[in-house]
Design a protein around this ligand. Sequence first.
Ligand code: E4P
Length: 265
Amino acid sequence: MTDIFLDTASASEAREFLSWGIGDGVTTNQKIFLSEGNVDFKGRVLEICSLKARNWPVSVETTSHGYEALLQEAREYASWHRNVVVKVAMYGDGTGLKVVRTLSQERIKTNMTCMVTFDQLLMAAKAGATYVSLFFNRARDAGLDPVRAIREIVAELESGGYKSKLIVGSIRRPLDVEEAAAAGAHIITITPKVLREMALHQKTEDTIKEFDDAWKEFLEQKEKRTEEKAVASALAPAAPAAATGAESSGAPGASTGTGQGAPGS
Ligand code: E4P
């Protein structure tokens, strides 16, 4: 089963998608926070973390540079809430890998991020990252084949007994989700915009409209038939009393119309 993470720093969006039954975790980054405007960073992280008690990893990205500074920042975020997963970028000089290795030894959950190749993902898994993140469309922008990378890294992670799970991010359209899921991604992180596009298809909208119209017509026809029946019974001549046989039998209460064969029954 492919898990879906919410690629957002909006607590209200996360709440909304959880109410749809969508959301196995959250991923954020600096650009995502920038799009939220002037929010209290720690306050927002804690608000998102507390939306679900369990099975709710919330990735928070480090912004420092250098091994010591990154470690300090990562430990700080991890101390905020048990749901926090610390995002560390795959720096080309290996600093991120060193940080992930140390955090893994300290049992702090990590998400190694900004990766576009199989090799980077493999190294992150070897360093002990809880999650390894492939940036699907950024890989494509660089002329790489993210679908192949997903297939290869998932096979490696699963056959090699790694604890790391693959997150596929940088999703720009519903078709990317289909491709990533078909290639075997463990998790796909998706923006609210793309999630809304995934739920919507014009053919489905047209079908719902067609069914609504049919139901309206059904109810109108039913109402018309009921009216016609009421008019017909109002115009019908009253049945002669003798026809009921009640008077001839002399049964008590027979003329009240409450017995069997009463008009309209
Ligand atoms: C997820 O972890 C990433 O931060 C995100 O999906 C990156 O997407 P982008 O390529 O749109 O910045």
